[in-house]
Design a protein around this ligand. Sequence first.
Ligand SMILES: N[C@@H](CCC(=O)N[C@@H](CS)C(=O)NCC(=O)O)C(=O)O
Length: 210
Amino acid sequence: MYTLYSMQRSGNSYKVRLALARLGIPYRQVEVDILQGESRTPEFLAKNPNGQIPLLEVAPGRYLSESNAILWYVAGGSTLAPEDRIERAEAMQWMFFEQHSLEPNIGAAYFWLNLIKGGRELQQHALEDWTENGYRALSVMEMHLTDHRFFAAQHFTIADIALYAYTHLAHTCDFELSRFPAVRAWLARVASEPGHVAMDWQPEAAEAAV
Ligand SMILES: N[C@@H](CCC(=O)N[C@@H](CS)C(=O)NCC(=O)O)C(=O)O
């Protein structure tokens, strides 16, 4: 059985929980509190030298990091991971976009405004850039979703899971989504997919970090 090192309030970790739930794959979950430095201990760094979650133990002693790489691994062979050459490349295109244009802006705003006490004051200058670039990313998504139901392969894929994680949190960190009707319709579409779970959902086998 997989072991997922994850933090409940981490959007990158939520991507993996969402995919595993949707695929009906059982796993053991270990909560890692990054705010307490639990991803930077020597024990954790031995598993992921990059000191970040999510981290999936795919076989004893074999670890995979980077949320979107984990999505490709767990979804491989399912309809969530397109196999057709161009559809696969399009899914990757949107997952790279997520990491380069969405997560560093909306993800950063979410982290500092929701998880760090006094984060707004500490990051006032950076917040302006995150807001501008986050809105730009939302505009790109809006343009695509105006005439597409999903991001790749014309059906729900891991590209949607990757983009959903931080987009569905955008309203919690000052982003006003009323300007993006197609994005809001897509958020509702993803949330109504069979097997969808919310960010606070945990698998039955969840365990506290030791
Ligand atoms: N590109 C990575 C980013 C992972 C990431 O930023 N993880 C954050 C939590 S969402 C983390 O572990 N931060 C703790 C740290 O960097 O010390 C991914 O997509 O998995």
